[in-house]
Design a protein. Structure first.
Length: 477
């Protein structure tokens, strides 16, 4: 007998039989390791009071899925990079961990999407409850620093579906002239007929409807710009007051005087017909533009790297976002002692608002900082003398950033909040919102941050046996 035949006779394979039915029903608990994150999420969610989630309490109609299952399903799928309700529905058939969470049931995509859409407030409460669990576990301190930053995330809309303020005005004028021309054509008995299938009344109606949409677009641009103009006016007045103060002190102000904001929107201000709340923003390295939202996050600087507050704004820059982002941190999650922010957030009115009433101390860059360190940066140096008591807020912040303490604290910013956005975009793969409209987008960003925090809590828990060792809240959350 040849060596090849001997080798073939000695080779043994496990029998793969896909035709015979299972004699005993499978136990879903045997499909996952004991320390799998899906078990952790199920055990964690089931400890909370979920009475704020909307359900049909009348008992009429078909049986409904329990909120604990749907919440755990959404959190796990967002934590593993599946954000579309159709993909989540598909995963209930193809993913073992998802089948474990759904107990081998299969909610359709409409049920999943509706549950997500109508429970924004409940998911925000769940976000705080998860942070409370981290606090009870000693992973998040009650008092400490936060680091804030923002990132542009693409909206569920194309920038080609947008119209600028100036272009909308020109189109209204053009369509008005076309309506007048069509009206004259209808009154002329010997006018040239239109192409087959087209009638003058229908063409006039189509243009009138288009004009109404363009007028609405211009009105929304004007309303949004008015809010922006008020913020810019406050910034302008603060700068002028600072220049006046320097003149009184005998120090002539440097640079060109600031210019007040215009009363009317700039010609390039745009309105998107698919998602009117979204805005054209610089994306990536700033060399191209996308229809986007500005997602904000406040991250723990005390070691956990958990997101303590989150929100979404339609403003392309961060000048007016420092105070609102700090306020997004619930008192139950953290009492901030200091705030770290880059130069994009440096605004005297915003810093004053954060520090008012014994608020946290703000450490914000007052100018662009070069990457890397020079030999002079490595040399030990004395702290500069403190500014005068009547010095401006920005002068005090600048002095703060030049002290040894300020430099040490500011280093934490790029070690905390910047990696969080990197994890969300690259590890989770969240690069575009799936919902439309500011309120729904804000809800989805909260869900993304909730899923990130649960992943982080799972990693930091360091339990050999889960979910038995998962810390839980009382029944009231």
């Amino acid at each position: 007998m040849s060596k090849l035949n001997i080798m073939c006779m000695a080779t043994r394979f496990i029998n793969i039989d896909r035709q015979s039915p299972m004699l005993m029903p499978p136990d879903l608990r045997d499909w996952l390791p004991a320390n799998h994150i899906a078990r952790f999420i199920v055990a964690l969610v089931e400890q909370f009071d979920l009475s704020s989630f909307k359900v049909n309490r009348r008992g009429s109609g078909d049986a409904q899925y329990p909120p604990s299952m749907l919440a755990a399903l959404l959190i796990y799928c967002y934590a593993t990079g599946r954000f579309s309700s159709r993909r989540i529905e598909e995963a209930t058939y193809s993913d073992v961990a998802v089948r474990f969470i759904s107990a081998d049931t299969h909610p359709d995509h409409d049920t999943i999407c509706t549950f997500r859409r109508v429970n924004g407030r409940a998911f925000r409460e769940l976000f705080v409850k998860v942070l409370a669990v981290a606090g009870q576990s000693g992973l998040v301190k009650q008092v400490g620093g936060i680091s804030v930053d923002g990132s542009k995330i693409k909206a569920n809309a194309s920038k080609h579906s947008a119209v600028s303020y100036k272009r909308a005005g020109k189109l209204i004028e053009q369509l008005t002239l076309e309506i007048e021309e069509l009206t004259r054509k209808a009154e002329e008995a010997d006018s040239t007929p239109l192409e087959d299938g087209l009638t003058v009344p229908e063409e006039i109606t189509r243009r009138e409807q288009r004009i109404k949409k363009l007028q609405k677009a211009r009105a929304e641009i004007e309303a949004h710009y008015e809010e922006e103009r008020k913020a810019k006016q406050a910034e302008y007045e603060a700068k002028m007051a600072e220049r006046d103060r320097k003149r009184k002190d005998g120090r002539p102000p440097r640079g060109r005087p600031p210019t007040p904001p215009c009363d009317t929107p700039p010609d390039k201000k745009q309105h998107n017909f698919t998602d009117p709340d979204s805005r054209i923003m610089k994306a990536g390295t700033g060399k191209h533009f996308e229809q986007s939202y500005n997602a904000q996050a406040a991250v723990d600087t005390e070691g956990s790297m958990m997101i303590l507050g989150c929100r979404v704004t339609t403003s392309a820059n961060d000048k007016q976002q420092l105070a609102p982002t700090v306020e997004s941190v619930e008192a139950a999650a953290r009492t901030p002692s200091y705030v770290l922010a880059d130069s994009g957030y440096t605004s005297q009115p915003q810093i004053d608002a954060v520090e008012a009433n014994d608020g946290p101390v703000v450490y914000a860059a007052t100018g662009k900082r070069k990457h890397g360190r020079t030999v002079a940066d490595l040399e030990s140096k004395m702290d500069p003398p403190p500014p005068a008591e009547d010095a401006s807020t920005l002068d005090k912040v600048k002095h703060r950033m030049n002290t040894a303490e300020g430099r040490a604290l500011y280093k934490l910013r790029k070690q905390t909040v910047e990696p969080v956005f990197g994890i969300i975009k690259h590890a989770l793969g969240f690069r575009q919102f799936h919902l439309r409209g500011h309120p729904k987008v804000d809800l989805e960003w909260n869900l993304v941050c909730l899923a990130y925090n649960v992943r982080r809590l799972f990693k930091l828990s360091d339990c050999d046996s889960l979910p038995q060792n998962v810390p839980v809240l009382a029944a009231n959350g």
